[in-house]
Ligand binder design. Structure first.
Ligand code: FAD
Ligand code: NAP
Ligand code: SF4
Length: 667
């Protein structure tokens, strides 16, 4: 008897059977954008198909140039392009998988001057104002979707997913927020959904019955002027009648000010919305967002929230997610921690997506881990992300590895990160490495600060000794009210009611959230919904209500010497969430400061290059988050340095894990 009977049950869709209830959802990697990258895309998807996923959905392809997300990004408009996709679809089919192509028209989210939409209304997240389509123009867009689906079929795909959510083109017609038309495509809800319904109907007529059509339906727009519940349900019924095979759940527009997938969003936070929708249609319904473990997916399906689950990023993190769940090895899953650092943040920076915890993702043909031909004895010093990734990768390749860690637990600085409210998922990465150390037979010396003599006799020595907090030279820095972030977060040293945080980088921001959160951090769904103003979409259009964040237990000042906004270096897709959280907790942000001295009165500041406007922050505690310094005392000309030990500046776990993996791949 499987541990996950619902998750792993096949699903008969008439002309085809899915081998389980797990869909790899659409995730743009950047490999879609160039024909020459298709072999890499094929390898990437083939690895996921081999890992047992029921159905794969590709990243989005525009049905025409106006629908491009950015100039020259992925599109499928010609038979030549369709033929090129055979390498991808054949590779997936050879592994027993199924694959559907997502058709994504950006509408007013297009980052180019030729964008079109229902009305000429600029999106708040895009400088380009779209052109409002004429009636003929709308019909041409529908024809483009239909042609694109037919080309997908020619390219060997098993189906298409019509992207109707997240605020893209179709969604822009559906919501009054963006559709101010007076013709047959606007005004009444029936008129606003005509575009979506005609696209699905047109595709079904063209492709025939034995081809999957998934429609991604926005069940909660999470924006003002979003659809109300009656509209959502009516749309679902008409999409079903128009010939869709499956309805997938979309949550939130990209311009919404509610986070929907970052790590602080509780797991499976939105599946209850799919559950409310499901009884209204007969076809299978998919739920999504922040499902990352088999147990979570199983619970969602057992509860009857949906027929299938869709996960995108978890398949970047672990291509064998399904296989491991099927073979009783769920504890070996490399869990997506929803950090967005190497996937979505890369896409927004026009870099190829990969994964922080799995640097091979979308680089399967480049970062190849072959068994070693010559087993060597390797010492790794430091069990932070850099040392952990190096140790397990080297051991997996057949080396004999010993890992030394001064602390009594694994994880290094990452073990501090996991104690931050909203970063609880980070513990999964440490758990994953712990299991892999066991499986690969790495000899671990915990609570053992390595010295030079420990490292004698090894063929290779990898120093992953990381970083220690920088102590800035401010007069009075030794005052008893001064603590480091390690003292506060790791060792739970008491902190007063008023606190100044020195340094507003990633750690300063995290520590401020730690200090302004009541009690111990938990990913509590009700509290999270109250904080962000999310409610049941059946009671409020767009599922939005007034936010009621919990008051902070203390007054926090967050300080930096640079002028400009705090947290400017945070990730594109996560920085705004942190900034909004600080605002809701009334953290006072002071920039352009000079730290003059610390004494019994508190922290003495001046501002600007001329040291003007003196101010004393009469705080009980001062927490130092002023960056870090590398630890390299064991370095010699022959040791390998990785992670923070190599370079403390702009260090993050993404670079640490990548460096560890890449080095171990070459030894
Ligand atoms: P470290 O994590 O510093 O690990 C080094 C290890 O070496 C330590 O465990 C240390 O005890 C051990 N060591 C040192 N000397 C010896 C010795 N002689 N013998 C044995 N062991 C030794 N990064 C992100 O990417 N995303 C985030 O969201 C994020 N959030 C963070 C939040 C907080 C609050 C903190 C503190 C950090 C955060 N980071 C984040 C940063 C991330 O944790 C670090 O970049 C990463 O841990 C660096 O990895 P490392 O392996 O190079 O070094
Ligand atoms: P950081 O981002 O480099 O920030 C250090 C802060 O300290 C800055 O605000 C800096 O600003 C200040 N500072 C530097 N030297 C100082 C000095 N001598 N005196 C006083 N202030 C000083 O480093 P971090 O916050 O320690 O984070 C470490 C790494 O962890 C980062 O590189 C980051 O990528 C990673 N991290 C990432 C996340 C994430 O969400 N992705 C979260 C946490 C950490 P001023 O010089 O202007 O004062
Ligand atoms: Fe998940 Fe982070 Fe990897 Fe993206 S980079 S897939 S969010 S673990």
């Amino acid at each position: 008897m499987s541990e996950y009977p619902n998750l792993l049950a096949p699903l008969d869709l008439g002309h085809v059977t899915l081998r389980n209830r797990v869909i790899m959802g659409s995730m743009h990697t950047g490999l879609e954008d160039r024909a020459k990258e298709l072999p890499k895309l094929a390898a990437y998807f083939a690895e996921r198909a081999r890992g047992g996923v029921g159905l794969i959905v590709t990243g989005g392809y525009a049905p025409n140039r106006t629908g491009w997300l950015t100039p020259f990004s992925s599109k499928l408009t010609t038979r030549r392009e369709a033929r090129g996709h055979r390498i991808v679809t054949d590779a997936v089919h050879a592994e027993g998988g199924l694959i559907a192509l997502q058709i994504l028209h950006a509408g007013r989210y297009a980052y180019h001057p030729f964008s079109v939409s229902a009305s000429a209304l600029k999106a708040p997240i895009n400088p380009f104002k779209p052109r409002a389509l004429s009636d003929r123009g709308v019909r041409r867009q529908i024809a483009a979707y239909v042609d694109c689906a037919a080309l997908a079929r020619e390219g060997g795909y098993d189906g298409v997913e019509v992207m109707g959510s997240e605020g893209y083109f179709i969604n822009q017609f559906l919501a009054e927020r963006t559709n101010k038309r007076k013709d047959r495509w606007g005004g009444s809800a029936e008129n606003r959904r005509r575009l979506a319904v005609e696209i699905v109907r047109g595709i079904r007529e063209r492709v025939g019955p034995d081809f999957l059509i998934i429609y991604r339906l926005s069940m909660a727009d999470l924006v003002e002027g979003g659809q109300d519940w009656d509209e959502v349900v009516a749309l679902g019924k008409e999409i079903e009648a128009a010939g869709a095979s499956i309805i997938n759940t979309g949550i939130g527009w990209h311009e919404a000010r509610v986070p929907t997938i970052v790590t602080s969003v509780p797991r499976a936070a939105f599946t209850s919305i799919t559950a409310s929708f499901r009884p209204h249609v007969q076809i299978p319904v998919v739920t999504s967002n922040r499902i990352n473990l088999p147990q979570v997916g199983e619970e969602v399906l057992a509860r009857g929230d949906a027929d299938l689950i869709s996960m995108a990023r978890p398949f970047l993190a672990d291509p064998e997610w399904v296989l491991k769940a099927t073979t009783g090895r769920a504890d070996e899953i490399n869990v997506c921690i929803a950090c967005n650092q190497a996937c979505l943040d890369h896409v927004f920076a026009k870099r190829h997506a990969s994964c922080m915890v799995n640097p091979r993702a979308a680089r399967e043909t480049e970062l190849v881990l072959l068994p070693t031909r010559r087993t060597r004895r390797i010492a790794v010093v430091g069990a932070g992300p850099a040392g952990l990734s190096a140790a397990v990768t080297a051991a997996e390749r057949g080396h004999e590895v010993e890992l030394f860690e001064a602390d009594n637990e694994l994880g290094g600085q990452f073990g501090i990160a996991r104690r931050i409210p909203g970063k609880e998922e980070f513990a999964e990465t440490i758990r994953y490495y712990e299991r892999r150390l066991e499986l690969t037979g790495v000899k671990v010396h915990l609570g053992h600060r390595a010295v030079a003599t420990d490292l004698e006799g090894f063929d290779e020595i990898i120093l992953a000794t990381g970083v220690v907090p920088r102590i800035p030279s401010i007069p009075g820095i030794d005052h008893e009210k001064v603590l480091s972030y390690v003292d506060v977060v790791r060792h739970g040293r008491p902190v007063g009611k008023t606190v100044a945080v020195i340094g507003a980088g990633g750690i300063g921001v995290d520590v401020s959230e730690f200090l302004t959160t009541v009690d111990s951090p938990t990913l509590d769904l009700a509290a999270w919904k109250a904080e962000w103003g999310v409610t049941d979409p059946r009671t409020a259009p767009g599922a939005l209500t007034k936010p009621h964040p919990e008051a902070s237990p203390r007054q926090v000042y967050l300080l930096q010497r640079k002028p400009g906004k705090v947290g400017a270096g945070l990730g594109k897709t996560t920085g705004w969430v942190h900034r909004a959280a600080l605002k809701s907790k009334r953290v006072e942000q002071l920039t352009g400061v000079n730290y003059e001295r610390i004494d019994d009165e508190g922290l003495h500041l001046t501002f600007g290059p001329n040291h003007e406007n003196p101010r004393v922050l009469a705080v009980d505690t001062i927490v130092i988050c002023a960056g870090q310094e590398p630890v390299r005392d064991l370095a010699t000309p022959t040791t390998h340095l990785i992670g923070g030990a190599d370079l403390a500046t702009e260090l993050d776990a993404k670079r640490a894990i990548l460096q560890g993996t890449e080095l171990a791949a070459t030894l």
